[in-house]
Design a binder for this molecule. Structure first.
Ligand code: FAD
Length: 383
């Protein structure tokens, strides 16, 4: 793999840095305290092309490769993980999945809006009773003429209350386990679909996370994404690439932790000199630096494999597992460098830690990533 960025990739990273500096950084603390990112950010993300990365231009996308997508995601994660997550879901889990699995009509209907930021997408897989064991989901879609009638509840859905379209997973046949699951593109204003914001999150507080309740929601059969019974494959393919996006966001968190720790260590004085002079503070900083590099290299490798059309799924699990745990460690080490100031939200380390923590939980917990890696290596499924 060539680790040198092309001119185009360097330019897109700079564009993302400038965007974060201008549109996100000034608001991070206020959005976190208010538990709401300004929704206007979505349109701005669309205008600058960040919601269309890797999607073909004929559908409103801005093209680019997966390494460019990683670079942008990293910078957004460095700025605010709540904003990064909006992109990772609306583009990463929804638009890219429609681009991969949709028919011409579905692509033309949804992609221009999602890539421009006119529309927001959400990914409805998790339910109150099924998280890690997503293939056992209980939401049902029963065929009635040219429609399906959907009933069920979805839990912890990122962008849930903002979304215009839900990529929804429901059981549409009696086939056992995940074989009965199909994917549907459901407009969020369909009668019978109600949403409730989930408040009180530890981190990603600015993000609109919701519970979705579906009561006799009528969806045309033409809204099915991919074939009947292939919904779990749709979900798993979305999450495989999604894990690269989460990993890139974690690299951004770790990088922000490193920047903040180095800056603070050079300014704060104790025992007559800056704390950068104390060896144990240097240990904290060097541990963060190694985590940043290792997480970034694992993540970029996934992007490189995808861009070259090579198998990447296990590598994506490794990157997501390592980068998410590394982001938690890095943010925690940065908080230690800040001492008591790290514990209040005027300083960045506490929010980085709170935001990082969920990365080891969603899109497959760390335990689930280990089982996926273990299955790939041994051929034995321990699920
Ligand atoms: P459980 O599956 O109940 O797991 C609990 C614990 O048991 C974990 O430690 C887990 O690792 C462990 N465990 C479970 N099974 C095994 C096993 N076989 N072996 C070893 N350990 C095991 N979901 C969506 O569909 N769309 C979204 O947009 C979305 N966004 C989210 C945003 C946030 C802020 C959060 C918190 C969650 C989000 N999720 C979303 C849901 C997320 O993907 C799930 O929370 C996650 O998959 C874990 O499921 P669970 O919470 O039910 O935990």
């Amino acid at each position: 793999m060539n680790l040198e960025l092309s001119e185009e990739q360097t330019a897109v990273r700079q564009l993302a840095r400038d965007f974060v500096e201008r549109e996100i950084a000034p608001h991070v603390i206020a959005w976190d305290r208010a538990e709401e990112v300004d929704r206007g950010i979505v349109k701005k993300l669309g205008e600058v092309g960040f919601l269309g990365l890797t999607v073909a231009e004929e559908y409103g996308g801005s093209g680019g490769d997966h390494l460019a997508y990683c670079l942008v995601t990293e910078e957004l994660g460095r700025g605010d993980s709540s904003v990064r997550g909006i992109v990772s879901v609306s583009l990463g889990l929804v638009a890219k999945t429609i681009a991969a699995w949709g028919n011409e009509e579905q692509k033309r209907r949804w992609l221009p809006g999602l890539t421009s930021g006119e529309l927001v997408g959400c990914f409805g897989l998790t339910e109150p009773g099924t998280g890690s064991d997503a293939g056992s989901l209980a939401t049902r879609a029963v065929r009635d003429g040219d429609e399906y009638v959907v009933n069920g509840t979805k839990m912890f859905i990122t962008n849930g209350t903002w979304a215009d379209v839900v990529l929804l997973f429901a059981r549409s046949t009696d086939a056992p386990g995940h074989k009965g699951v199909s994917a549907f593109l459901v407009p969020a204003d369909t009668p019978g679909l109600t949403r409730r914001t989930i408040h009180g999150k530890l981190g990603l507080r600015g993000q609109a996370t919701a519970e979705l309740v579906l009561e006799d929601v009528r969806v045309p059969a033409s809204a099915m994404l991919g074939e009947e019974g292939k919904g779990f494959s749709v979900a798993m393919s979305a999450l495989a690439k999604g894990r690269m996006s989460v990993a890139a966001g974690c690299v951004g968190i770790a990088q922000a932790a490193l920047d903040a720790a180095v800056r603070h260590a050079g300014e704060r004085e104790q025992f007559g000199r800056t704390i950068a002079h104390h060896q144990l503070v240097q240990e904290l900083i060097s541990d963060i630096a190694v985590d940043v590099d290792a997480a970034r290299l694992l993540t970029w490798r996934v992007a490189d494999l995808i861009d070259r059309g090579l198998p990447f799924v296990t590598e994506a699990s490794k990157a997501k597992l390592f980068a998410s745990e590394a982001a938690v460690r890095a943010a925690n080490n940065a908080l230690q460098v800040f001492g008591g100031y790290g514990y209040i939200d005027e300083y960045p380390a506490g929010k980085l830690l709170r935001d990082a923590r969920v990365m080891t939980l969603y899109e497959g917990t760390s335990q689930i990533q280990k089982l996926l890696i273990g299955r790939a290596l041994t051929g034995v499924s321990a699920f």
